[in-house]
Design a protein around this ligand. Structure first.
Ligand code: CA
Length: 226
């Protein structure tokens, strides 16, 4: 089992690396957010121990980028203060657990073992394609950093398309998943909603992400370069 430690405090970092190595893990230590992000995205870790306050990139940014890149290894946050907002923010961004400093090594080790047993089960909280982000917890959609207001149905429709990126979704499936309607229902409702959704997320942006596949349904994907 391979663990990445991202911790800028010399003593804490050394102590974690030594302790985890003695406990039988392969432990790599880096001391800033940029190196942490690089290793987390390019190497294969079973778990990341991530300090919040880091030079370069802070732990939140590192975590956000790990999750946006589709990596779901457990992340254990180390926070200096026991502040509720910090914890909530970390958990919303996809941290699996947190520890408040100072902590006993035995407690860290117990958390690490629990997280590794639990494995990569966590649902992603951010769905993303190109520059389009859908935040499931905050119910918020942005494209190119711009906030886009969607109705509840449009949000559900976009969520479905994003969860099944690259798949052509027949109208009947969309009807049953988003409207709870059966196959024979009037699909005009779907066409109208789809047109509104496309106007909001595609009209003012490139590339166009939602495509109609004639006679089959709809697909959301990054178009192949012409
Ligand atoms: Ca720190």
């Amino acid at each position: 089992m391979k663990i990445l430690i991202v911790e800028d405090e010399q003593k804490t970092g050394d102590y974690l690396k030594q302790g985890l190595s003695e406990a039988g893990f392969v432990a790599d230590l880096v001391r800033d957010g940029v190196d942490g992000r690089h290793l987390a995205l390019t190497d294969d870790y079973d778990l990341v121990v991530l300090d919040v306050m880091l030079p370069g990139l802070d732990g939140w940014q590192v975590l956000r980028e790990i999750r946006q890149a589709g990596r779901h290894m457990p992340v254990l946050f180390l926070t200096a203060r026991d502040q509720v907002e910090d914890r909530v923010k970390g958990l919303e961004l996809g941290a699996d657990d947190y520890l408040v400093k100072p902590f006993a090594f035995s407690e860290l080790l117990a958390r690490v073992r629990t997280l590794l047993r639990r494995g990569k089960s966590k649902e992603p909280e951010l769905l993303q394609v190109a520059d389009l982000d859908l935040d499931l917890l905050r119910r918020r959609v942005t494209r190119a950093g711009k906030r886009i207001d969607l109705t509840a149905k449009e949000f559900a429709l976009l969520e479905l398309l994003l969860r099944r990126q690259g798949e052509v979704l027949p109208r009947s499936l969309i009807a049953s998943q988003v409207w709870d309607m059966n196959f024979d229902s009037d699909t005009n409702v779907i066409e109208v909603a789809m047109r509104r959704l496309r106007a909001k997320i595609d009209d003012d942006f490139e590339p166009k992400l939602i495509r109609t596949v004639r006679g089959m349904g709809y697909v959301l994907e990054i178009p192949e370069a012409a």
